[in-house]
Write a protein of this length. Structure first.
Length: 365
């Protein structure tokens, strides 16, 4: 049985979609030129009063967290709120936002659709911007601007649709920052396209031998039953998505934490029963990442560092993904967790990424 087949000889859709991520990133980059007029409009949002509000559910919300950090580092105030929280408890506060960015890979998630309807009813409502995989969905006609990731059909847990989300999201970050840096919209989009292609190249290199890397990660885990994924800055988002894919695709319990928060109590978990994956994507806190890695490793915890730099963390296993821009690196940094989830599912005799209780698109609250 090959790595791209299931026990019954059928094609393995989860692994197939993992391997399609570089193509999805390049396809999303190719879409940018055709959406330039939309990004020219988003550039004007910086002049409007109020913060930018980013919202989504699941991995879409995690992408919001990464983007908010990237925007904050550029002096643009952005806040994130889970869409269900906004829908039921905080939706009136959205009136104070300059714009609301709704990320929904399907454009059909129940909370996002209900929130969009509510926001449209607000007097003096903020501009609504959506990021979706394709525009043939109920959300598109409800917003002012819809940015298409063009990730293509996806049937398993979010892989290529998550990766492709970072291309228009990074373009949004760049164009919102363009006014302050006096960069044209065209130049900003060109910069994003270049970063997306670099991320695609990095992803392609990482999955060159996916079965071998999956086996290595499985051996690194070495039967441990607890995994914690850590990250700072933009890496906080992909840390959450990495934990989600382990739960969703392999039904393996995992948690995600801010790397700084890990020192505030959860450090007590360090020991031979724990595995830690540290996503180190921010140069500003690289030294802190290295220090935490060394300390946790001293307690015989299995530590894996996924970094967009070389020569790091001599005390732990390191997967270098190349010098990819931090926000775009989020699309690549989740691949080790995807491969580990795939390998864990197979070890347990399960179909990787098969939905048993949940569904691809959440249509019920």
């Amino acid at each position: 049985m090959s790595w791209h087949q299931l026990a019954d000889g059928q094609r393995d859709p989860f692994m197939t979609e993992i391997l399609e991520q570089p193509t999805a990133l390049r396809r999303a980059a190719a879409m940018l030129g055709g959406q330039a007029e939309f990004f020219a409009l988003t550039e004007s949002l910086r002049d409007r009063r109020g913060p930018l509000l980013l919202t989504g559910m699941g991995s879409s919300f995690h992408a919001c967290q990464a983007a908010a950090s990237a925007l904050g580092q550029r002096g643009v105030l952005a806040v994130t709120t889970n869409t269900a929280e906004l829908l039921h408890f905080q939706w009136k506060t959205a009136a104070a936002a300059s714009a609301v960015v709704l990320i929904s890979q399907s454009g059909r998630s129940v909370e996002v659709l209900r929130l969009a309807r509510k926001l449209r009813s607000l007097a003096g409502r903020p501009r609504l911007v959506a990021i979706t995989n394709g525009t043939d969905n109920p959300l598109t006609p409800m917003v002012d601007i819809c940015l298409d990731t063009a990730a293509g059909e996806e049937i398993g847990p979010s892989t290529k649709s998550y990766a492709a989300t970072f291309v228009p999201l990074a373009a949004l970050v760049e164009t919102l920052s363009a006014a302050a840096s006096r960069i044209s919209t065209a130049a900003a989009l060109s910069r994003v396209a270049e970063a997306a292609h670099a991320a695609a190249d990095a992803a392609e290199q990482l999955i060159k031998k996916p079965d071998a890397l999956a086996d290595e990660l499985f051996e690194w885990l070495d039967g441990r039953k607890r995994v914690t994924i850590l990250g700072r800055g933009v890496a906080r988002g992909p840390a959450e998505t990495s934990a989600l894919v382990l739960k969703e695709a392999a039904r393996f319990p995992a948690e995600a934490l801010d790397a700084a928060d890990f020192r505030h109590g959860p450090l007590e978990l360090a020991g031979p029963d724990l595995a830690v994956v540290l996503l180190s994507l921010e140069e500003a806190t690289r030294r802190l990442d290295d220090r935490l890695t060394a300390e946790v490793a001293r307690h015989r915890t299995a530590v894996l560092v996924v970094a967009n730099a070389q020569g790091l963390a001599e005390t732990a296993r390191t997967l270098a993904i190349g010098r990819v821009e931090p926000l775009m690196a989020c699309a690549v940094a989740v691949i080790p967790a995807q491969l580990l989830a795939w390998r864990l599912a197979r070890a347990l005799g399960r179909r990787p990424g098969e939905f048993r209780l949940a569904s691809k698109v959440t249509t019920e609250e």
